[in-house]
Design a protein around this ligand. Sequence first.
Ligand code: SF4
Length: 347
Amino acid sequence: MIPQSTAQVEPLSLIKYTSLPEDWRTQLREAYRTPQALLTALGFSNAQQKALLADDQGFTTLVPKAFVQKMQPQDPKDPLLLQVLPQSLEAIHHPEFNNDPLQEAQFNPVPGVVHKYKGRALLIAAGHCAINCRYCFRRHYPYNEQKLARTQWQQSLSYIEQHPDIEEIILSGGDPLALTDPQLFSLIEAIEGIAHIKRLRIHSRLPIVLPQRITLELCQRLERSRLTCVMVVHANHANELAADVAQACDRLHQHKVKLLNQSVLLAQVNDNLTSLKHLSERLFEIGVMPYYLHLPDHVAGTTHFFVSLARSQSIVAQMQACMSGYLVPKLVREEPGKLSKTLYSPR
Ligand code: SF4
C-alpha cells in the first residue's frame, strides 16, 4: 500500500519575493550539489541533517539557489524541499515501478529523437537540467547513449526532414534551456530550416527554478523565429512562483511566446485542493495557463510520491466545483504503448 498525504500549503500572501543577479550560468555553477549543502543553507542543525540525509540512489542532488530561497528554513516538509531532497523512501522497490515506465526506448528511431505521437516529435536537446527533481520520469534515462545526437544533430534533423507529417518539434531533455545560447540558437535555426515544421514547443523547468535564464537575447531570438513558439513550464506549487518567475514569464509573454504549465501530482507536495487551487490561480496571475496535471509515472525510486487515480480524480473534481473551468488543468497520464495521453474525468 502506498501512503497518501494531507499536505498543508502556505497562503499566497506568505510567498517570499526574491531578487537575484542576472547571470544564469553563475547561478547554475553555484547551485547546491549535495543534500548537506542544501540542508545547511536552510539552517538545519547537524542533528537534524543526520536524521534527514539518505542515499541518493545514483540520482545526484542539484538545486539552484533561486529555488532554495523560496523554501521555508528548517521545515523538512516544505513542498519545494520534498521535490529535491533524496529520501530513504527512494530505496523502496515496487514491482510496478521501473526505470523506463513509458517504454520510450521503443519510440526512439534514431538517437536523440522520441517519435511517439502523430504530427510531433521530441528532441532530447540536453542531457542535463538545472535541477534534479526526485520524481522525474527520466531520472534513469540513458542520456549518455544519446550524446552523439546532441553533438551531431544531423542524424536527428535528417529523420525529421524525412517525415513531412511532423509539424511540431518539442525540445525536451534534460532541459533544453540548460543549453547555452549558441547551442540552442543553432538548433532552432536548423529546425527553422525544415519547411514542414510550423511550431516549436520548449519544455523547460528553468523559467521556474532559474528564471534568470529567460534573458532578453533568448526572448528576442524566439520572437524572431518563423515558428510559433510555445513554452511549457513546469511548476508544482504556488510557492515556486515568486516575483522573479513572474518577471521571466512576463518577458516571454512580451516576446509573443505562449505559456502553458504542466504539473505533476505529488504526494505530500501538492495533492490537495488548497495547494492546486493556489497554483492555478497564481499561474493565471502571471500569464501562464494551467494545462496538464500529470499523474506521477511509475518510476523506480518514486513510490512515496504516488497518488492513486481515484484520489487524483476526486481532487480535480473538488477543483472543478469551486473554480472557473479555464483554471482546472486536465488530469492525464502517459501510458506505455498508447499513442496519446490518457485523459481522466474528475470524479
Ligand atoms: S527539470 Fe524536468 S527533466 Fe529535469 S529532473 Fe526535473 S522533471 Fe526531470
